[in-house]
Design a protein around this ligand. Structure first.
Ligand code: ADP
Length: 204
């Protein structure tokens, strides 16, 4: 089974693309879903977070204090690195476990990781990187449609992420998502055929 990483900027359409591949029977493993699950008690990751960051990192209900943590690591590279040192190996182990549970006949699986290029261990686990991209105008428009989103926050998030030209450069395959949903479905269908052909060649 081949393993392809799926990434892209916020609101570029990663979840939409994941769902389209999934509809075609491609298993999609989502690093964000795993991270969320690992942040629910009881979990060894939460125990390690509490031990490292102290009780403020955990809410009264025992779950991760997301707001506190976001603030804490926002401008603090060392704290971010510590959080990642706790979370990333555990997320990778879960990805491995989920990959191991897939039927042996699976041609390929997608692993969706928003920070695929920022976290080398994730990039190292996948053979190819599929990048979903759209213009910044459209990205901003889609982001602003989210509840509670402001123009300022949208800009701050977009600017904190990897530069789009860098992402394009690092991607092995690019899906441009500036058209309609129907067009996106067509593009995914074509990419799926290419991946199926590639999986067959790569496995024989
Ligand atoms: P991401 O997972 O990258 O953050 P999403 O897949 O959630 O992005 O897409 C962001 C928003 O844009 C969602 O509301 C989604 O329905 C919408 N969207 C994505 N692609 C298209 C498209 N081609 N046409 C119209 N809306 C789209």
């Amino acid at each position: 089974m081949r393993v392809i990483g799926l990434t892209g900027g916020i609101a570029s359409g990663k979840s939409t693309v994941s769902a389209l591949f999934s509809q075609r029977g491609v298993p999609v493993i989502d690093a964000d879903v795993i991270a969320h699950r690992l942040s629910q008690p009881p979990s060894a990751a939460l125990d390690a977070i509490r031990a490292h960051f102290g009780p403020a990192a955990i809410d009264a209900d025992g779950t991760l204090a997301r707001g506190w943590m976001r603030q804490h690591v926002f401008d603090n590279a060392a704290a971010r690195a510590q959080l990642e040192a706790i979370m990333h190996p555990r997320i990778l182990a879960e990805i491995e476990r989920e990959l191991g549970e897939l039927p042996a006949t699976t041609p390929y699986a997608l692993v969706a990781v928003p920070l695929l290029f920022e976290a080398p261990a994730f990039r190292a686990r996948v053979e190819r990187a599929l990048v979903v991209e759209c213009s910044e105008t459209r990205q901003r428009q889609r982001l602003l449609a989210r509840p509670g989103m402001t123009g300022e926050l949208a800009d701050a998030i977009i600017n904190s992420q990897l530069d789009r030209s860098k992402r394009r450069e690092l991607g092995d395959d690019i899906i441009d998502n500036d058209g309609s949903l129907d067009r996106l479905a067509e593009v995914v269908a074509q990419q799926h055929q290419r991946y199926l052909a590639w999986s067959t060649v790569a496995q024989t």
